[in-house]
Design a protein around this ligand. Sequence first.
Ligand code: ADP
Ligand code: X2W
Length: 242
Amino acid sequence: MQLNQFLEDFSKVEGAKILVHGGGRGASEQLKRMGIEPKMIDGRRITDAETLEVVVGFYAGVTNKSIVSSLQKLGVNAMGISGSDGNAISGVKRPVKTVDFGFVGDLHENSVNGKLFQILLKNELIPVVCAITHDGNGQLLNTNADTIASAIAKELAKIKEWNVELYFCFDKNGVMKDVNDESSLISEIDFEFYQELKADGIINEGMIPKLDNAFEVIKSGVKSVYIKHASNVNMEIGTKLI
Ligand SMILES: Nc1ncnc2c1ncn2[C@@H]1O[C@H](COP(=O)(O)OP(=O)(O)O)[C@@H](O)[C@H]1O
Ligand SMILES: CC(=O)N[C@@H](CCC(=O)OP(=O)(O)O)C(=O)O
């Protein structure tokens, strides 16, 4: 199974590391099985109270704990957390403008508890973070996993001695000139090239928020950012942001 291969590769990554996971596709399948039609707008899930209950169970429960136990089997002392555990990631409920996203959490400058991640990493505990945050007022929120990963990378990049690298892993080799042709992989992309490809419609859908996040991260002191296939974590294949 692809996830197992990814976790095996992740277990071989040297040094301090953090895994942030989503699970959006599985959550949508579970919602459908329960007779709830998943709703996404601009790549973000409309999260009403019923949906929140399902995604908290799915992301922070079965998905997070399964990943942690697989990593334990591989000799990685993983520790699963949601944003409310140790106040790891706090967010604010997305304000209602044209769309009411419900219990979706946006992050802000002080969202990431950098101290907590330092304590865990310095004690050789490997954080496995799911896509659930909290508002500090008892409310859990659903937050996109790429957004959480970006915020953690930016916060930890403030520590001068740390060389933070961020890998966005998904189901393709990277950013491509033709989504259906793996050989059209773009090995390096700068912001200008991204704008051109976006205007031409070559980059679309879920890749737009991913790259918007990624370019923000590269500006913030994170040493390098890659977009890669989850099967190529330890290989050179992928798109590097420059
Ligand atoms: N130029 C492109 N190169 C690669 N993927 C692209 C491109 N344009 C759009 N995409 C789409 O973006 C998707 C990745 O975004 P998303 O589905 O949000 O990722 P995730 O799997 O992390 O949730 C890919 O599955 C692909 O269909
Ligand atoms: C607000 C919002 O959209 N949250 C995401 C969180 C999971 C996620 O990010 O999963 P992927 O990385 O697999 O897309 C969702 O519920 O789909």
